[in-house]
Write a protein that binds this ligand. Sequence first.
Ligand code: ATP
Length: 203
Amino acid sequence: RNFIVGLTGGIGSGKSTVAQGFAAHGVCVVDADEIAHQLTAPGGAAMPAITAEFGQTMQQADGAMDRAAMRQLVFTDSSARSRLEAILHPMIRTECATQLARASSPYALLMVPLLIESAAYRARCDRILVVDCPPEIQLQRLMARSALSEAEARRIMAAQTSREARLAAATEVIDNSGEHAALQARIDALHQHYLLESAKPFV
Ligand code: ATP
């Protein structure tokens, strides 16, 4: 039975940056977002079901899902959102489980943006690591990274699980309000902690 550390945090909090820091220690990272992307890429395993459900209009010429069109549709139509999730979520869960079972490092990171909201993923995790960052810094970094307007960034942040709820669910927290060097030092210390924890017998 492999030891799993769930990694989550708000949009732009630094999840990918943190995952890279652990990967540098040889820790296997299973990324639910990346899996969702692959499932809906050209030739992706979810594409037949998606075109059967939504028609060819949601498929680009290259065979990938038309992300912009789908985003627009599910934003205005909650039944469409449920139908898309009914296709994708079981496939994402299965692929996460497959990759976790293959993981050869002493413990693995399971990166799921909606970890706190999902009882099934939470139950699979031995620890929950939350990347935390004050909203103002999160906003600054988000806007520096993408063409998001401040209003749009604030809207997404407000729609997510609250910072308080995330912190309440955490077994460990990474404060990512500082410099990259401070972040890596914290990751290095946590890595040692998880190595010890994962080596304890499971009772
Ligand atoms: P998303 O929710 O969109 O997937 P994320 O939580 O994975 O985002 P990252 O992409 O890791 O977050 O970080 C968001 C942005 O902030 C990136 O441009 C990243 O380079 C930058 N960033 C992360 N940590 C720091 C830091 N400690 N100092 C400065 N910039 C940082």
